[in-house]
Write a protein that binds this ligand. Structure first.
Ligand code: ADP
Ligand code: MG
Length: 621
């Protein structure tokens, strides 16, 4: 339904609703709308024509809160009360960020490692959601001032790898800022929308989005499939990146280069001089985008830099991003030649050397016509326009970053939804009980790539109870995993013979960091061999235990039909098998299983025949 608002300047009523697009960035944030006259997206600017709002918040001692460019100055003068990089903390627990807490100048609270982090500023505690809301409010205010009407609806972008908790946190921040968040969309998808890549003649189009920002690097491989009747599908085929790699690292490398070549110990400099050096390094970096050399000085330190020197400093960093690109291509099952279009995003891609190198890697020219700072916000505005009904609809799809499964006998991970599966999705599998008359079945849900659940991450656990008494192996328990479009996982377990059912919704308190995710993936590759061997041993042990249980039940039940030698022999072979349970050699276990099997087979068959003839006898005609 369209919202009516009053244009204060002209005193007229506006009937169309305006939905804004917002790029809530780690370093910089922007807000954009579709220009009614031209139909093209444009970023909203302040009086000085700046579209960028630095994602920085300052808390003055008189209680004033400032956001953006004016807050940025306080990074030097009042670092303790100046908050930056809040996006890194979204949806995270203290445990998630403990390792890099020192990179934040402000105080992060660790009262409970499992809970979401809080930030302490002047005796008050703020959650990352509240802090992000302050940035969003600033953007909303800018739009309301310029457009002279209330802004209540928005599309906000997040990195493609953001998990459910992080997306939810972003949504909550919007709500807190007084915005109805109609859609959370992936940054690379937004960038593709800004380039109009959705509306092409080709039926399928593969895009690499290379996003190098201030502190993070993301590479995403997308596929757009167009069809006449259902519009365009955006699929994220794979994502990769480094959450600690960006323009800030280039600035640091330049600064270190100056200090090293002049034999200055950085630790002996005052905080102010260090900050000044860092800003000069950034200025030099930007200057060299269109000049051959830079000269300057800070304190007594000479700050000179040539393009050649800058390129040498950037190279190791650039190599890392290229490796991420290779991994993303590998995960998407593609090679460089399968990529139709390369899109450059993020302020750091302005550096010509980076553009040139990425273009060389993908072996094609890169798209850089749209301002790389603004492209994500502009795309969010395009998506907002689609939602407002002004463009043909497009559906956005996502993927699961890690495999999801349950724990089975022996602590093995049984994958139900493999990683990189498109969501929404659903998948299920049937299980059974291992004990006679078993009434309860514990279902533990895990996330990760390793074969043993203890190496993966537990997401949830619940018990399917009231299974009617049945012999082991008879119940049919169906476990279904369902992930909805918002990325929320629901697990359902149902005993099909009786209809007993139980379900839970898995909404993790906080998510994995990208490093953890990368580490888990790397681990699974490194350990594939040992994992396989371990899985084989575990499986052998489970099989042996089942055999022991069955045989013990068998001799107990059929005592009267067996002779003493059969009973004693079986018992001693059961003991032998039990003794192999701790063995690390699966072949030893299998050998004992086979021996027990061979020994019991003759009388097991004899009893079976007896049971059959007995049953026949009982029948009356
Ligand atoms: P984020 O997405 O993390 O919020 P941005 O995309 O806004 O970040 O990128 C910010 C980074 O871009 C900073 O490190 C800044 O130094 C860098 N940057 C901005 N302009 C230029 C330029 N002209 N040349 C090189 N780097 C630039
Ligand atoms: Mg960005």
């Amino acid at each position: 339904m369209a919202q009516i608002s009053i244009n204060i300047k002209e005193g007229t009523l506006k009937r169309e609703e305006i939905i804004v697009g917002i790029d809530l960035g780690t370093t910089n944030s922007l807000i954009a709308i579709i220009d009614k006259e031209t139909g093209t997206p444009s970023a909203l600017r302040d009086a000085d024509k700046f579209a960028i709002v630095p994602s920085i918040i300052h808390f003055a001692d008189d209680g004033t809160i400032t956001v953006g460019r004016s807050a940025r100055e306080h990074l030097i003068t009042d670092p303790e009360h100046t908050i930056f990089s809040v996006k890194r903390l979204m949806g995270k627990s203290y445990k998630d960020i403990a390792a890099y807490q020192h990179t934040f100048g402000y105080k992060i609270i660790d009262d409970d490692a499992e809970r979401l982090v809080k930030i302490k500023v002047r005796e008050k505690y703020y959650s990352p959601i509240e802090l992000s809301a302050l940035i969003l409010k600033e953007l909303k205010l800018r739009a309301e001032r310029l457009l002279q009407c209330a802004i209540t609806k928005a599309v906000i972008t997040v990195p493609a790898y953001f998990n459910d908790a992080q997306r939810q946190a972003t949504r909550d921040a919007g709500k807190l800022a007084g915005l109805d968040v109609l859609r959370i969309i992936n940054e690379p998808t937004a960038a593709s929308l800004a380039y109009g890549l959705g509306n092409q003649d080709k039926s399928s189009h593969t895009i690499a989005v290379y996003d190098l920002g201030g502190g993070t690097f993301d590479i995403s491989i997308l596929r757009i499939t167009s069809s006449e009747n259902s519009g365009d599908f955006f699929e994220v085929l794979s994502t990769n990146g480094d959450t600690f790699l960006g323009g800030d690292d280039i600035d640091r490398a330049i600064m270190d280069h100056w200090l090293q070549t002049q034999h200055v110990d950085g630790n002996l400099l005052s905080a102010t001089v260090r900050q000044d050096l860092r800003l000069t390094a950034e200025t030099a970096k930007k200057h060299l985008g269109s000049h051959g050399e830079f000269t300057g000085n800070v304190d007594k330190i000479q700050c000179d830099l040539t393009i050649a020197e800058l390129e040498t400093l950037i190279t190791p960093l650039l190599q890392k991003t290229i490796q991420c690109c290779e991994r993303a291509l590998f995960d998407a099952n593609l090679n460089v030649n399968d990529i139709d279009t390369v899109v450059m995003v993020g302020g750091s891609t302005r550096t010509p050397f980076i553009k040139k190198s990425v273009s060389a890697f993908f072996n094609k020219p890169v798209h850089d016509e749209v301002d790389p700072d603004e492209v994500v916000a502009l795309g969010a505005a395009v998506q907002a326009d689609i939602l407002a009904g002004n463009q043909k609809d497009m559906l956005l799809l996502d993927i699961t970053p890690l495999s999801l499964g349950i724990e089975t006998m022996g602590g093995l991970m049984d994958v139900i939804i493999p990683r990189n599966t498109k969501i929404p999705t659903a998948a299920g599998r049937q299980y059974t009980t291992s004990l006679d008359g078993q009434a309860n079945l514990k279902i533990s849900v895990f996330q990760g790539e390793r074969d043993l659940v203890r190496d993966n991450r537990k997401l949830a656990e619940f018990i399917l109870s009231n299974i009617p008494a049945m012999p082991a192996g008879l119940p049919k328990i169906e476990i279904v995993f369902q992930i909805n479009a918002d990325g929320i996982l629901q697990v359902r377990a149902k005993e099909l013979r009786s209809g007993v059912e139980q379900k839970i919704e898995v909404t993790p308190q906080y998510g994995l960091t990208e490093e953890e995710m990368a580490a888990m993936l790397l681990d699974s590759i490194k350990n594939a061999k040992t994992d396989m061997a371990e899985r084989a041993i575990v499986e052998a042990r489970v099989e042996a235990q089942n055999m022991i249980d069955t045989c013990e039940r068998f001799i107990e039940k059929n005592n009267q039909y067996l002779n003493e030698q059969e009973i004693a022999g079986t018992k001693s072979l059961i003991d032998n098998l039990r003794n192999t349970l701790n063995s690390d050699d699966k072949d030893v276990i299998h050998q004992q299983i086979e021996i027990l099997n061979e020994f019991t087979r003759p009388f097991a068959e004899r009893l079976m025949d007896m049971a059959i003839s007995q049953a026949m006898k009982g029948k009356t005609i």
